[in-house]
Design a binder for this molecule. Sequence first.
Ligand code: FAQ
Length: 336
Amino acid sequence: MYTQSFSVPDDTGQKIKAVAAIEPPELMAKFDARIDADGRIEPQDWMPDAYRKTLVRQISQHAHSEIVGMLPEGNWISRAPSLKRKAILIAKVQDEGGHGQYLYSAAETLGVSRADLLDALHSGKAKYSSIFNYPTLNWADVGTIGWLVDGAAIMNQVPLCRCSYGPYSRAMIRVCKEESFHQRQGYEALLVMMRGTDEQKAMVQDSVNRWWWKCLAMFGPPDADSPHSAQGMRWGIKRVSNDDLRQKFIDATVPQAKVLGITLPDPDLKWNEERGHYDYGQIDWDEFWTTVNGNGPCNKERLSTRVKAHNDGQWVRDAALAHARKQQQRAMKEAA
Ligand code: FAQ
């Protein structure tokens, strides 16, 4: 028998001890050959249990990030400075909700239920992106989230369009197109402010100072401290490593900051001719893990807002189910 040892969280996001997955060798060989040939795995195909669990973990964390990610910006819809900015922001926040829906649907194709995934989020067992546990303190934060947070999300998600799991890779194509609009609207909003008053310019600089380092941490721990990277890359789920994506993001963003006229808050940020990349300073990983483990500035507020929204929506789910039952009964009556 083919045996592999994995340490993966279970479907609810809880860590389980290393499990020995014993898989039928002929099925495993077929699966490996498809991965090696850069083929796609579809829901009806056989897959090793650890591959399925890894995908459930990543896709559900991603879905949770999208719906929790609606909150920091949603907070500014009623305070947008013009009708145009309000319309753009409403569209963007709705898009993030839609991304959550595509991703929960992709996770469901792996045999898990959306209700269980949401329970894991609401009980604090499941992770979501660290970045959404920081507050949005001024209007420029909305532009900065578009420029830097969506910018980082695109950098991470474009390679996921080539992920080996078909439903996830297809969902990512549409998500990336929408994220591209999000990034551009954020950058444009900041450009307008940077051509405005000194107060507006100071607001943008303050915002970028607060978000820059948090965005670099979004890509996840350094490769050497990333327990899932090697297997994720082997399976074609991850195509580019955390550190390489972080570097690509920095290299792409520094010239954009120059056009904007903003200073990125890192005295060590310098072009390194030899490496052909920007060098950068130390990320505060202790602060990152404190936030990921539930003790960031807004973790509790984000979760309680999410739980309240879910509970307030119970009547919609009940009504939809009652309607579906009625339709089914009518169809059965007509068929009888
Ligand atoms: N926050 O071994 P690795 C967005 C966890 S969407 C929290 O490197 P992996 C759109 C990781 O889960 C943003 N936890 O793990 C938007 C693991 O914990 P576990 C979300 C993090 O999976 C914009 C542990 O650390 N995007 O922004 C973070 O190979 C604006 C060890 O890490 C995605 O989810 C973090 N930043 O790589 C919405 C993309 N980083 O499960 C609204 C898909 C790591 O063992 C407004 N996901 N951890 O308990 C991925 O690409 C990967 O899962 C990574 C992590 C790269 C996030």
